[in-house]
Design a protein around this ligand. Structure first.
Ligand code: SF4
Length: 338
């Protein structure tokens, strides 16, 4: 039971029966979290959809000057953050596109604006791709960027931009983003700078089972080294307006979730965001290794742009989803009490 799974065993599990892998993942999940399942009350502030990376997987980004392209001002970020504070949000999630015309001070200003709205917010802001852009445009090392963001009010980094590490796949789905190695290095520096982060994986596009296993093992190795990851967040690819084919299925979803719980034995949490999964599937995933269904994610724009349903969610609704699945709901600010 305590023996670590190697890559060969992981491949066998991923290609095998979902019930076998599910039983093992559920046993480990219950050992770590008993019958508890976490959720949060959070909101997204997507400060800009203007992006120069134009990843083929993305339905959200706009080119500079294209109809619908926008950049929020610090005042607009403040107003939105105040509105979310009034609604009871505990966490604010701030991300945007890769847009080199915004100066470093802009990012600092919008974090200060969100912090001014509520001193107690858990502010989770900027993927490491955005942080790397800030380092490039300002000439500062990443460690300095992280230091400045923390001083402005950032509590943690999200886990976005990991996609799939295999360079061949990455060149097709996100050719202009950080490479997998660069993403991992940027996370290593974040952890060494005292920032906790999550880690994502975009699956159900053109990856192979071997790519999934390789991705998880690279995350496990970094977590062994730094211990800086809080949660692994599997994200099923939605085709939206993308030309990249989508191959997601509920069977694949449960196997990915269960495999993550087993391989990532050093990750405290496996989160299946309710923004990305159907509510009933999220309930099933709680029995296949997941222990967190994410948050209300008010004003989420990125998943919605690719076809996820924008639902009205509140704390009560998330509690009910967890309870009717047979678990005990635990409200967290996504730092899990840390
Ligand atoms: S996924 Fe992110 S980096 Fe890629 S095009 Fe969309 S907004 Fe830009």
């Amino acid at each position: 039971m305590n023996e670590r799974i190697d890559a060969t065993a992981a491949m066998r599990l991923l290609e095998g029966n979902p019930i076998d892998i599910g039983e093992r993942a559920d046993a480990l999940r219950r050992k770590l979290h008993a019958n508890r399942a976490f959720y949060t009350v959070n909101a997204a502030i997507t400060y800009s959809n203007t992006c120069e990376a134009l990843c083929p997987i993305c339905s959200f980004a706009r080119r500079e000057g294209q109809q619908g392209a926008y950049v929020l001002s610090a005042e607009e970020v403040y107003e939105r953050a105040c509105a979310f504070a009034k609604m009871g949000a505990l966490e604010i999630h701030i991300i945007g596109g890769i847009y080199s015309k915004l100066p470093l001070q802009y990012y600092i200003d919008i974090i200060k604006a969100a912090r001014a709205a509520n001193k107690d917010f858990n502010i989770v802001a900027f993927t490491v791709s955005e942080c790397a852009l800030m380092a490039r445009i300002s000439g500062n090392p990443l460690s300095k960027i992280y230091e400045m963001l923390q001083a402005a009010g950032v509590n943690a980094l999200p886990g976005g931009g990991a996609e799939i590490f295999n360079p061949q796949i990455r060149r097709r789905i996100a050719p202009n983003k950080l490479t997998g190695e660069e993403w991992l290095e940027a996370m290593r520096i974040a952890h060494l700078s005292g920032l906790k982060t999550n880690a994502t994986m975009l699956y159900g596009q053109i990856e192979s089972p071997k790519d999934v296993v390789d991705h998880m093992f690279k995350l496990r190795a970094l977590q062994d080294e730094t211990g800086g990851f809080k949660a692994f967040v599997p994200l099923p690819f939605r085709k939206g307006k993308s030309d990249i084919p989508a191959k997601s299925s509920a069977t694949y979803d449960v196997k990915i979730c269960a495999l993550a719980r087993l391989v990532l034995d050093n990750f405290p949490h496996i989160r299946v965001p309710i923004t990305h999964f159907d509510e009933r599937l999220a309930q099933v995933l709680l029995c296949f290794g997941a222990d967190d269904i994410g948050g209300t994610h008010w004003h989420e724009e990125v998943a919605v742009s690719a076809g996820a349903q924008a639902r009205d969610r509140d704390a009560k609704k998330l509690e009910t989803i967890i309870k009717t699945a047979g678990f005990e709901p635990v409200l967290t600010n996504s730092n899990y009490g840390a």
